[in-house]
Design a protein around this ligand. Structure first.
Ligand code: PGA
Length: 211
């Protein structure tokens, strides 16, 4: 059972999974996936929905069965019920064996913006202005970026048996330093990984430059 992430960071990882599938016969037929989050208000067909992103970047190119793919819905009436069902589905699938993460400049993992409690579960969250600013180019302007999202909580993520956080580039260096060397605090969700028994950060030289 894989927990998957969106954003530019995991794209090279997904390209390698596609290569392993195409060239080395790696099969995903028995893999179940749960993504971290989805923008609220976006239909799955919207080009910037994480549903679209994941199909474009990975699912359309490997043999994971459609029924094994899970992302929160961006358009849903009863948000608390949908979030509770997402948590239940993760448990029913046996829990997350391996969770892939990026990190936002706010320190978010998933969309757990500053103030997200360590034991938080899947829920709706207001996106930080920095997060919306970082997403603005893809949406053609900040006013098009959704203001809220549905995200797995910190507690959902920390329940994964193994966690890998990827961060590349100098614009992540300051928050990577805070997450790894700073106090464990809900002001930086990624700092909770310090207390996880099997979490690792995979950094390039620029992202690691302040350590
Ligand atoms: P990025 O986003 O990979 O596009 O930098 C990371 C994140 O916000 O988690």
């Amino acid at each position: 059972m894989l927990g998957l992430a969106t954003g530019s960071t995991p794209v090279p990882f997904y390209q390698e999974l596609i290569r392993l599938h195409r060239e080395e016969g790696m099969s995903f037929a028995r893999v179940i996936t749960f993504n971290l989050d989805e923008y609220r208000g976006l239909d799955r067909a919207h080009p910037e929905s994480y549903w679209s992103f994941m199909h474009r970047q990975l699912f359309d190119h490997i043999d994971v069965p459609a029924e094994s793919i899970h992302l929160p819905l961006g358009i849903v009436d009863d948000v608390p019920a949908h979030c509770a069902a997402y948590e239940q589905a993760i448990l029913a699938a046996g829990g997350i064996d391996f969770q892939l993460l990026g990190i936002g400049r706010t320190g978010h993992i998933g969309f757990n913006e500053p103030g997200s409690p360590r034991d938080s579960r899947t829920r709706e969250i207001h996106l930080d202005p920095i997060t919306r600013q970082d997403a603005a180019p893809a949406f053609g302007g900040i006013e098009q970026v959704p203001t809220t999202a549905i995200t797995m909580g910190c507690g959902t993520i920390l329940a994964a048996r193994r966690i890998a956080l990827l961060a590349f580039g100098s614009n992540k260096a300051a928050i990577v330093k805070e997450a790894i060397e700073g106090p464990v605090t809900d002001r930086v969700s990624a700092s909770f990984l310090q207390d996880h028994p099997d979490a690792a950060f995979y950094l390039d030289a620029e992202a690691a430059s302040l350590l």
